[in-house]
Design a protein around this ligand. Structure first.
Ligand code: ZN
Length: 276
């Protein structure tokens, strides 16, 4: 595997791996290459016996502005071994396969990493940015952090990893999706989406302190605890809900392809900027 260029790996304390999104000039917009660099780094940290807790952080003022829409939505390398295939097929077929693997597939993989993971979040988290935060186990946010998913403007339901109602509750999820407006860190904490809010200047130190305390505990107990909470959510129907919403998401893409020749409604960007 070649050296990553869109992320960076750090070891800020014994037993703690910090993986940093390192594309601040693009507000850490995610192209497929970045997603797969991140996936490889997370897999390596999961396999490393020296690592007990993984922190996912980001360079620059914003954690992530979402998917890089200027980048082709294509697999960055040889096709991954997956049930999906024909990534280059025309129409919705190829794009659906791509999203199954590179968006939904990666999020599910990351949620099931066998070690505790902590998102360290500052600034804006927009749409696809949520797909890096929500699969993590814990979220520490700087007080200036904001969270939004404005993509109904693009003629789809929300980001591909559709756990909104589980993360913030049904009514708050509808408001977030209907208005496209951002939710602040304090509100996200109040409704349980964020574990703790800290001053922005102390974000890295507070997150590391939490990681170190977790890393001191026996690994197998942590793994069993994580699996038990994840299975509790699954027992509430979360995976079925994700699959159902993902199908509707790709119905949206197919509709856009038929009407506009692109996977997103081209008028959406102006709607999001408040100039419909
Ligand atoms: Zn999509």
């Amino acid at each position: 595997m070649t050296e990553p260029v869109r992320i960076r790996r750090e070891r800020p304390a014994p037993r703690v791996e910090r993986i940093v999104l390192a594309r601040p000039e693009k507000r850490n917009a995610q192209d497929p290459a970045m997603l797969y660099e991140l996936d490889a780094a997370l897999a390596a940290a999961a396999a490393d016996p020296e690592v007990r807790v993984i922190v996912l952080a980001a360079d620059g003022p914003d954690f992530s502005s979402g998917h890089d829409l200027s980048s082709p939505m294509t697999m960055p390398g040889p096709p991954t071994a997956t049930l999906e295939g024909d990534f280059d097929a025309p129409g919705e077929e190829g794009h659906f396969a791509f999203e199954c693997e590179a968006f939904l597939g990666l999020c599910r993989r990351w949620r099931e990493l066998p070690k505790p993971t902590i998102a360290q979040v500052q600034g804006r988290v927009i749409a696809g940015g949520l797909m890096l935060v929500w699969p993590m186990d814990l979220v520490v946010a700087g007080e200036g952090a904001t969270f939004s998913d404005p993509v109904s403007a693009f003629g789809v339901n929300g980001v591909e990893y559709f756990v909104h109602a589980y993360e913030i509750g049904a009514r708050r999820a509808k408001e977030l999706l209907f208005t496209g407006e951002a939710m602040g860190a304090t509100e996200a904490h109040r409704i349980g989406m964020v574990n703790r809010v800290v001053p922005d200047a102390e974000l890295a130190a507070e997150t590391l302190d939490l990681a170190v305390r977790i890393a001191a505990r026996p690994q197998f107990g942590l793994r069993l605890a994580k699996a038990s909470v994840n299975r509790s959510q699954d027992a509430q129907g979360m995976q079925t809900a994700i699959d159902s919403a993902f199908a509707l998401h790709n119905l949206g893409h197919a509709n856009n392809l038929a009407r506009f020749g692109t996977i997103v409604d081209p008028s959406g960007a102006a709607v999001i900027r408040g100039r419909p």
